[in-house]
Design a protein around this ligand. Sequence first.
Ligand SMILES: C[S@@+](CC[C@H](N)C(=O)[O-])C[C@H]1O[C@@H](n2cnc3c(N)ncnc32)[C@H](O)[C@@H]1O
Length: 229
Amino acid sequence: MQTHQYLLPSPFYIDTVLPMLEVNIHSDPHIIEYLGIKALRSTHPGVRRLKRQQQGHSAHGNKVWRSSFVLMDYLTTYPPEHNSSVLDIGCGWGLSGVFLAKHYAAKVTGIDIDQSVAPYFALQAEVNQAVMDFKARSFESFSAAELAEFSMIIGADICFWDEMTTPLFELIGLALEAGVERIIIADPGRPPFWELVDLCAKTHDAEVVTRRIDHPWNTEKYILIIDQT
Ligand SMILES: C[S@@+](CC[C@H](N)C(=O)[O-])C[C@H]1O[C@@H](n2cnc3c(N)ncnc32)[C@H](O)[C@@H]1O
């Protein structure tokens, strides 16, 4: 008679060795775990349910974009102060805001021109037990008085059409005048983003850094930083 012997991993291997290898045998295949945050994959049952109920998105708010992972990684090195008020512009499903709310107790407001991202934003916040606000607003619609309520503005992959450069540049100018201390925008490096970088470099004390991560993908993005602190 043929017998099979199955070797189970020891508790030490599960608790100590696997975390060091960044492998989680209990992980949900519909979720990407990154820096202690759960990012929804498009295969997630809740996401699939929402997609069945909706028509689609008007401006690419159809998933969590890789620039937001690189932005989170950058923020581990240059975190905000605890309890900061943060505006996440073009937030989509809100991953970077979840990260700041969870790890730095940030009071995050995510805004997006596309109302249809709201239930994905809510689902991702719920999966992470994060508390955040969402408003269906365009970044063009903010007044200086509204911007003055935030100490930091973040954005990931929000400068992808030529016509976005000018409104984003104007928003940045207005925010700096209103006293916003830090503006951080991550991008894959499309031409409208570089145009925004050029404008900001001429007018504000702006810099761009390259940031690479090797997990969950090996990817490199660019980060525009204006820091008035
Ligand atoms: C490529 S997605 C990035 C989403 C998210 N930041 C991320 O990294 O996963 C771009 C987002 O910007 C939003 N958006 C585009 N134009 C906008 C505008 N004028 N004001 C606010 N949001 C805008 C889109 O609806 C979309 O959700």
